[in-house]
Design a protein around this ligand. Structure first.
Ligand code: FAD
Length: 469
C-alpha cells in the first residue's frame, strides 16, 4: 500500500494502534499507522496481560513470537506493614477456558518490537514513523489528515494516540474523571544477583505511610511502584540516590541495576465520546486507569478487537454503519468496570482501610480475591463475555480453525440434526460450523472478537441466530 489512501488511518503506534493495524489487515482492510516518534516509548509501563489479550495476539498470528517473551504469573498478594498476608489473589497456573494462561508478565518494549516487526509481513499495513497528525478534516465519504509528511486520506480514523489524545480533542466531549489522582514512582530494575526471596507473586505493600507494589518481570527484570508523598519530586524527576533510598527495604545497588525510573500521575477517566462519525478512539485515548489490576493496555487491546471486526463487516457490506455505534456502548461500561475495580484496589493499598477491614485475617486465613469478568455493555452474562476456546478433535485451537469469522459451536448431535438449508444459510452469513463436545450449551454463536453472542438449546433456537448477524 503506497498511495496516501487507506481504509483506516490509525494515529499512534503504541500497543493498541499496532494491534489494531494487524487485526484490520488480517480482516482484509488497509491500515496506515502514523506515529509521531521515531522509536517505541522507552519508559516503564505495562508488565502484565491476560488470557483474552493473548488470544487476540493468537488471532494476529503473533502468539508464538510473543510467548517466549512472557512469564506466567501466579498472582498477587496484599501484605500488611508486618508482612502478614491480608488478601490472596492467586491465579490459576494451568491453561484456562480461553486456551491460554490467566496471567502473563512481559516487557512492553519487547512486545511492541514484535508487533512493529510484523508490519513488514503484512502488505495491507503502511507504517509511517516520525510523522505527526496535525489536523483532521471530515468530508462526506472520507477523512483527510494533515500530517508532517503530507495529507493522508481514509474512510475511518482511529485515535490510538494515548492519554493526551489529539483526536479526542478534535472529537470533543472530553473525559469523565473517575476520581483517582496520585503520583507514584515507577522503577524498573535488572537484578545483578539472584534474589529468590523477592518471589514470583506481585506484592502490594499495604503500608498506610507509603503504599508500594512489587512485580516480578521477565528474566532478571523487577518492577517497584512506590507512592510519592506531597512535595517529593516536585519537578517530576526523582534523583537516583533518592530512588535507592526508597527501594532500600527491598533491594540495594549491590543487588540490581536501575534500568529506568519515572514519576507518573495515575489517573482514572473515560472518554465521553468514543465515536464521532468516521472518527474513533481506542486505548489510553478512550480510558485511563491506575495500574493496580494491570489492565490499561489489556482494555485497549479489547477495544481494538471489538472495533476491527465491525469495521471489516461494514466494509464488506455485511453490516450497516450503525454496527459501529455498538463499539462505545459495549466497550465503555466494560472498561469502566475494570477502572472502578482498580480504584477500589488502590484504595485498599493506599489507606488503613485494608488493615482495618482485615484485622481478623490471621484467625480466618487471608481473604481471597477473584478476577472480575464483566459482560460487554448491553449484554447479560454469560453473553457478551469471551467464549471458551476449545482444542478441537484434530488438536487445532478453535480460533485457528475459524479465523476472524463467526463460529457456531454445536454439540455433535445437534450438528447432525441441523437442517442442511439452515446450515447453508448460516455459512452464507459467514459463520463456520464447528461440531464439538462437551459444550455448556447445545449451540453457541461466537463473534469474530471471540465474544459469546447467543446460545440455543435446539435447531429452532439456532434458526433465530440468523437474525443476529
Ligand atoms: C506504570 C504503568 C504500569 C502499567 N502497567 C500495566 C499493566 O501491567 N498492564 C496493562 O495492561 N497496562 C498497564 N499500563 C497501561 C499501558 O501501559 C497503557 O494502557 C498502554 O501503553 C496504552 O497503549 P496505547 O497504544 O493506547 O497508547 P500509547 O502507548 O501511549 O501510544 C500512543 C502513541 O500515539 C503517538 N501519538 C500521539 N499523538 C500523536 C499524533 N498527533 N500523531 C502521531 N502520533 C501520535 C504517541 O507518540 C504514542 O506512541 C501501565 C501504565 C503505566 C504508566
Amino acid at each position: 500500500m503506497r498511495d496516501a489512501e487507506s481504509d483506516v488511518a490509525i494515529i499512534g503506534c503504541g500497543p493498541v494502534g499496532a494491534t489494531l493495524a494487524h487485526l484490520l489487515a488480517q480482516q482484509g482492510l488497509t491500515a496506515r499507522v502514523i506515529e509521531r516518534e521515531p522509536a517505541a516509548y522507552h519508559l516503564p509501563r505495562a508488565v502484565h496481560f491476560d488470557d483474552e489479550v493473548m488470544r487476540v495476539f493468537q488471532g494476529i498470528g503473533l502468539a508464538e513470537a510473543i510467548l517466549p517473551q512472557t512469564r506466567l504469573s501466579p498472582g498477587m498478594r496484599f501484605l500488611d506493614p508486618e508482612g502478614r498476608l491480608l488478601l490472596d489473589w492467586s491465579r490459576p497456573m494451568a491453561v484456562g477456558p480461553q486456551g491460554w494462561n490467566a496471567s502473563y508478565r512481559f516487557h512492553q518494549p519487547g512486545l511492541e518490537a514484535v508487533l512493529r516487526g510484523a508490519f513488514a509481513d503484512q502488505p495491507r499495513i503502511a507504517f509511517e514513523p516520525e510523522t505527526e497528525v496535525t489536523a483532521v478534516t471530515v468530508e462526506a465519504h472520507s477523512v483527510t489528515l494533515a500530517t508532517t509528511a503530507g495529507p493522508r486520506r481514509a474512510r475511518w480514523v482511529v485515535g490510538c494516540d494515548g492519554a493526551r489524545s489529539f483526536l479526542r480533542g478534535v472529537m470533543g466531549g472530553g473525559m469523565e474523571d473517575l476520581g483517582f489522582d496520585e503520583r507514584w514512582l515507577v522503577v524498573d530494575l535488572i537484578l545483578r544477583r539472584p534474589r529468590e526471596d523477592l518471589g514470583d507473586y506481585s506484592l502490594q505493600f499495604c503500608d498506610p505511610q507509603r503504599p508500594a507494589t512489587y512485580v516480578r518481570g521477565v528474566g532478571e527484570r523487577r518492577r517497584f511502584e512506590i507512592t510519592l508523598l506531597p512535595g517529593e519530586a516536585p519537578d517530576g524527576v526523582m534523583p537516583e540516590a533518592e530512588t535507592w533510598r526508597l527501594l532500600a527495604r527491598w533491594v540495594t545497588p549491590e543487588d540490581a541495576v536501575l534500568e529506568r525510573g519515572a514519576v507518573y500521575t495515575f489517573r482514572s477517566a473515560v472518554a465521553r465520546r468514543w465515536r464521532a462519525g468516521p472518527l474513533f478512539l481506542a486505548g489510553d485515548s478512550a480510558h485511563l486507569t491506575p495500574p493496580f489490576l494491570g489492565q490499561g493496555m489489556c482494555a485497549g487491546i479489547r477495544d481494538a478487537s471489538n472495533l476491527a471486526w465491525k469495521m471489516a463487516r461494514v466494509a464488506q457490506g455485511r453490516a450497516r454503519e450503525a454496527l459501529l455505534d455498538s463499539y462505545q456502548t459495549e466497550r465503555a461500561p466494560h472498561a469502566r468496570a475494570y477502572i472502578e475495580t482498580a480504584i477500589r484496589l488502590g484504595g485498599l493499598i493506599n489507606t488503613r482501610a485494608m488493615a482495618e477491614a482485615l484485622t481478623n485475617a490471621p484467625e480466618e486465613g487471608p481473604a481471597r480475591m477473584q478476577s472480575i469478568a464483566p459482560a460487554l455493555g448491553g449484554f447479560v452474562a454469560p453473553l457478551g463475555r469471551p467464549a471458551p476456546q476449545p482444542i478441537l478433535a484434530d488438536g487445532t485451537r478453535l480460533d485457528d480453525r475459524v479465523g476472524h469469522r463467526f463460529a457456531l459451536l454445536l454439540r455433535p448431535e445437534l450438528a447432525e440434526a441441523l437442517p442442511p438449508t439452515l446450515a447453508d444459510a448460516l455459512s452464507a452469513r459467514g459463520a463456520v460450523l464447528v461440531p464439538h463436545a462437551p459444550l455448556d450449551h447445545a449451540a453457541m454463536l461466537v463473534r469474530p472478537d471471540r465474544q459469546l453472542l447467543a446460545t440455543a438449546p435446539d435447531a429452532a433456537g439456532v434458526a433465530r441466530f440468523l437474525d443476529l448477524f
